[in-house]
Design a binder for this molecule. Structure first.
Ligand SMILES: [Zn+2]
Ligand SMILES: [Zn+2]
Length: 263
């Protein structure tokens, strides 16, 4: 599996991804925003785009669909529940569906609600496992729930699906929010030395060449995957005394998300 990350260079800091078969050069584009940029990235790499996948219906993840399809004839895939809102979807996806790209790539569809009600992540197995997670999991953070989402559902997705992935799984999110999210982690957990180091790196990084994290790293620097951490819980209680001495993981997650909304 070949992965080409495309930096959209916009205010929302979107990342798009080309996932290609190393034998045939066939490629799937995840969340195309600027179609010309996606087409150029495919051309430069010698890829042929045959499929478009939208992780969810927000416009910053779908705006390039029409022009990419016009240029390539690619099929459009998206969560069955988001298909009507996106329009032009050829295949509605459900949990467990396997998407093939060329001869060598198989991507498992995960139904991952929370940021929106109908959001999919793609999981690549094999010796280089990878997660394409849209606006569900970010580097050191979690998606917001402002536009059709639900923090309780996002918690379920994190704890029941994402947290169980192998530590070596590479994480490919839909935006570069790494520096701001790490600053949030350190505000919750000032003693997290790995997060402090990662923040210094992220503040200086060129987004076209940003570090690709793994689930193992995320579990060490992402507050939304550290719900039992005593320092995080204690600092959260300063803001929300009503959560009590021993809040459950769901309460910690939902309050972290609420705090992050205005942080
Ligand atoms: Zn979104
Ligand atoms: Zn987005």
């Amino acid at each position: 599996m070949l992965v080409e990350r495309i930096w959209a260079a916009n205010d929302l800091r979107n990342f798009n991804y080309l996932i290609a078969c190393s034998q045939t050069g066939e490629a799937l584009i995840v969340d195309p925003l600027h179609a010309s940029q996606c087409l150029e990235a495919a051309r430069k790499n010698g890829f042929t785009i045959t499929q478009v996948l939208n992780t969810h219906e927000h416009l910053d993840h779908t705006a390039g669909n029409t022009a990419v399809v016009a240029a390539t004839g690619a099929r459009v895939l998206a969560h069955a529940g988001a298909a009507n809102r996106i329009g032009g979807v050829d295949q509605g996806l459900a949990h467990g569906d396997v998407i093939k790209v060329g001869r060598t790539v198989e991507l498992e569809t995960l139904d991952t609600p929370g940021h929106t009600r109908s959001h999919v992540c793609l999981l690549a197995h094999g010796d280089a496992p990878a997660l394409f997670c849209g606006d569900t999991l970010f580097n050191a953070g979690a998606g917001n729930c402002h536009n059709g989402g639900d923090p309780g559902l996002l918690y379920e997705t994190f704890v029941n699906q994402l947290a169980n992935l192998p530590d070596g799984t590479r994480v490919y999110p839909g935006h570069d929010y790494m520096a701001r999210n790490l600053a949030f982690t350190l505000d919750r957990e000032p003693g997290n030395a790995e997060a402090a180091h990662a923040l210094a790196v992220a503040r200086a990084h060129d987004p076209t060449n940003a570090h690709i994290t793994t689930m193992g790293e995320e579990k060490r620097v992402n507050a939304f995957l550290r719900l039992q951490n005593p320092e995080i819980v204690a600092k959260l209680r300063e803001k929300y005394p009503e959560i009590g001495e021993k809040p459950d993981a769901r309460t910690v997650f939902v309050k972290l998300r609420e705090l992050r909304n205005r942080w």
